[in-house]
Write a protein that binds this ligand. Structure first.
Ligand SMILES: [Ca+2]
Ligand SMILES: [Ca+2]
Length: 342
């Protein structure tokens, strides 16, 4: 019995919740009123006001007046005019008893009230009003400085400038999330700092900084996306700032090692990402302290392979091949082992 009672109480609470929620959303009024429903909304600098007139009383309606008051400024009138049922200016269907007005007007944050009056021969036959809260704008975010490409240290650096109408103290936080190339998932949501420490130059200047080190080697090659956003204390989110960063790849697939005859043609194969042109080079005696590479050829990376006619005179057992990005030479790859040519 005790359990049944608990369940009954729970169901009752849910029902009360549903009724309460419905009441909050309800804009309808009793049947005897000419105005059955009123709507008042504001978004993107546009005010929308509409009423639904009781179908039995449509013929009584001469005109419908509206006035918008700023309740935070002693009910100053910020807009007034007429709602129409003519199928124009935001009224979708003419003569359906829904009177509408949609118009551009920038409202400062605050509390507003619209009064709608239904008139007949200069007499008011019904009126109702509805209030609206206009939120302050969300914080803004813009990019100040960034790293263009992951370098061999896999390091990325960003700074963003954040502003809020209520000042920097009103910023709750600035965040970043990393998305891997080719839909391969995302990293955790990390905070940015404006504390003058690490990479952030100056504390409390509204410039938040993010320094990121990827695991090495890079888990994926391609285009990474960093998404940045700010949240203020009203829990309003700024736009999301998306910054792409490239992680290029140069990978020499073949040859890794092997023995060849002088003058023989060696087939090189590679794969690349985000690299335009490659330099192919070799060091004939890689065991030296300082490698000395001789350039064989510069070639479009998307060729994918190259036939190298080895010099007839070449004699070595420690040849190393290297391919590298022409634009960013540190992005390179060497043949794994050594090649011998006799
Ligand atoms: Ca209408
Ligand atoms: Ca700073």
């Amino acid at each position: 019995m005790g359990r049944m009672k608990k369940i009954s109480v729970l169901i009752l609470l849910i029902l009360i919740g549903i009724v309460f929620f419905n009441n909050c959303e309800d804009t309808t009024r009793p049947e005897e009123f000419a105005i059955e429903e009123i709507n008042f909304s504001y978004s993107n600098s546009e005010i929308f006001i509409s009423i639904v007139v009781n179908p039995d009383r449509i013929t009584e309606v001469g005109s419908v007046n509206f006035t918008v008051f700023n309740q935070d400024e002693n009910d100053e009138v910020v807009a007034q005019g007429q709602l129409e049922d003519n199928g124009k200016n935001g009224d979708i269907i003419a003569n359906n008893g829904e009177y509408t007005k949609r118009f551009n007007k920038i409202l400062d944050p605050g509390k507003y009230r619209t009064l709608v009056e239904v008139m007949q021969n200069g007499e008011r036959i019904d009126s109702t009003s509805r209030t609206l809260l206009v939120d302050p704008p969300p914080p803004s975010i813009s990019l100040v400085e960034r790293t263009e490409v992951f370098v061999d240290s896999s390091f990325a650096f960003y700074s963003v400038e954040v502003e809020d109408e209520n000042g920097l103290d009103y910023i709750e936080g600035v965040y970043c999330q990393l998305f891997f190339p080719d839909d391969q998932g995302s990293g955790s949501i990390d905070p940015l700092y404006d504390n003058g420490e690490n990479a952030d130059e100056q504390a409390d200047d509204g410039i938040y900084t993010y320094a990121f080190v990827l695991p090495q080697p890079l888990p994926y090659y391609g285009t990474y996306e960093f998404k940045f956003w700010a949240v203020n204390r009203a829990e309003l989110h700024s736009d999301t700032l998306t910054v792409e960063i490239e992680a290029p790849l140069v990978d020499l697939i073949a040859p890794d090692r092997g023995s060849y005859s002088a003058g023989e043609t060696i087939n090189l194969e590679w794969q690349t990402k985000l690299v335009d042109s490659l330099e192919i080079a070799y060091d004939p005696s890689f065991s030296r302290d300082t490698p000395e590479f001789e350039i064989i050829e510069t070639i479009a990376a998307n060729e994918g392979s190259y036939q190298w006619d080895t010099p007839e005179t070449l004699q070595t057992d420690s040849l190393k091949l290297k391919i590298s990005s022409v634009k960013r030479p540190f992005i390179s790859d060497l043949s794994e082992g050594l090649l011998s040519i006799k």
